[in-house]
Write a protein that binds this ligand. Structure first.
Ligand code: GTP
Ligand code: MG
Length: 383
């Protein structure tokens, strides 16, 4: 009986161990993840991809065929395990092309990816304008990826080629600073790696594993979407893209010409506006003068009215004075006539006085001489 109980206990423990083991296996065997390396041209994605897949860096080998840009999304399946060699996820790691014309197709891939690693060359020559464009590019890429990634998806930033930092410390630190600003702004993880020396790749892989362990992953692998050659454009499309690129270049040239014309026209408009302002100022000044002159005119018209009424008063007075003058002339003529009459009377009287005096003198002579006539010795006049 005792032996039976012991056997039963042993077989229960054994079945429990087997069950736990199996359940662990099933749990992890069914976790499938996808990771994409994304970023701009020549950033170092393909070399990082090679190294994460367990291959050697061959970026400096001219015969390796890796000097050319990637034109296809390729993937390798990695069976990721943690430090305790426990399975993390069966992972499709995708390398993607960095050329602009694949941008839309590449961001569409994010719909299937749980992690996207944005790779940027820390040795990229960057002036202020370029730095601003890079920051905009990262923000736009982050937004486009984030909008498409499944729930729980994570985006990392990876600064690449750090083995070259000694070649130009200023450029390197500029790019590192820009990346850490972007990472802080977008609140995403940043690591620095070199595919050439392997530096930082272990950290990157650890971040990937830790992140995948915390994400709810699909239990069925149905995302075998982006196989090799998936993104090679068909010749008809390439021709069309080339045509559109040529059109775009032509339109941009036209746009530049139009912008130049617009600038010239704006200059003319500014000049004309300047002239208009001057003319308007002159007009305002002239209007001021016109107002002053109108005021003067009103004043002069009033004054003219006053003077005209004074004039008519004076005319009336003049005509009255002329009447008076005519009367005076008439009175004067009358007086002259009377003076003449008096003169005539006076000369008549003088003649009479003289004749009387003659008579008197004669009579005195006669008295003295007894003569009727004596020569005249002197005369006197009555005045
Ligand atoms: N010194 C150094 N050079 C590297 C490193 N990684 C890449 N390179 C160089 O950069 C070149 C471009 O690297 P790729 O990995 O092809 O870049 P990519 O991002 O895949 O480029 P696209 O496919 O055009 O988008 C390589 O040919 C190497 O010459 C690195 O870690 N260190
Ligand atoms: Mg590449």
């Amino acid at each position: 009986m005792k032996k039976k109980i012991v056997n039963k206990a042993v077989s229960s423990i054994f079945s429990a161990v087997v069950l736990i083991g199996l359940s662990n296996n099933f749990a992890f065997a069914g976790r499938f993840a996808s990771i994409m390396l994304v970023g701009n041209l020549r950033g170092g994605k393909t070399q990082i991809f090679r190294c994460l897949c367990g291959n050697n860096y061959n970026g400096d080998d001219p015969n390796a065929g890796n000097q050319q840009s990637t034109t296809e999304a390729t993937h390798t399946i990695l069976d990721l395990k943690d430090d305790q060699n426990q399975p993390v996820a069966i992972t499709r790691l995708y390398d993607t092309p960095g050329m602009d014309r694949y941008y839309d197709a590449v961001v569409e891939m994010a719909r299937h990816c749980n992690i996207a690693v944005i790779v940027h060359d820390t040795m990229q020559e960057t002036d202020e304008e370029e730095g601003r464009r890079n920051t905009e590019y990262f923000s736009g890429l982050f937004r486009d990826l984030h909008n498409r990634m499944p729930v729980g998806g994570q985006i990392f930033l990876a600064g690449s080629k750090i083995d070259r930092s000694g070649e130009n410390a200023i450029v390197h630190s500029k790019n590192c600073r820009m990346l850490s600003d972007v990472a802080q702004f977008l609140n995403c993880r940043l690591c620095f790696v070199s595919a050439k020396t392997g530096e930082g790749l272990g950290d990157l892989m650890n971040h990937i594993k830790t992140t995948l362990s915390g994400i709810n992953l699909p239990v069925v692998d149905n995302e075998d979407t982006y196989t090799k050659c998936q993104l090679i454009p068909d010749p008809a499309l390439t021709g069309r893209i080339d045509g559109l690129t040529a059109d775009k270049a032509r339109l941009e040239a036209e746009k530049a010409q139009l912008n130049t014309r617009i600038t010239a026209l704006n200059d003319q408009v500014n000049t004309l506006n300047g002239q208009k302002t001057r003319v308007e100022n002159e007009k305002a000044a002239l209007n001021g003068q016109v107002n002053t002159l109108n005021n003067d005119k009103r004043f002069l018209q009033t004054r003219k009215g006053e003077l005209e009424s004074e004039n008519s008063t004076l005319r009336i007075r003049i005509s009255a004075l002329e009447d008076q003058k005519a009367q005076l002339e008439r009175d004067k003529a009358e007086l002259n006539r009377r003076i003449n009459a008096v003169e005539t009377e006076k000369s008549g009287l003088n003649s009479r006085i003289r004749s009387l005096e003659e008579d008197l003198r004669k009579s005195r002579e006669k008295e003295k001489t007894g003569w009727d006539y004596l020569p005249i010795i002197g005369t006197f006049n009555i005045k």
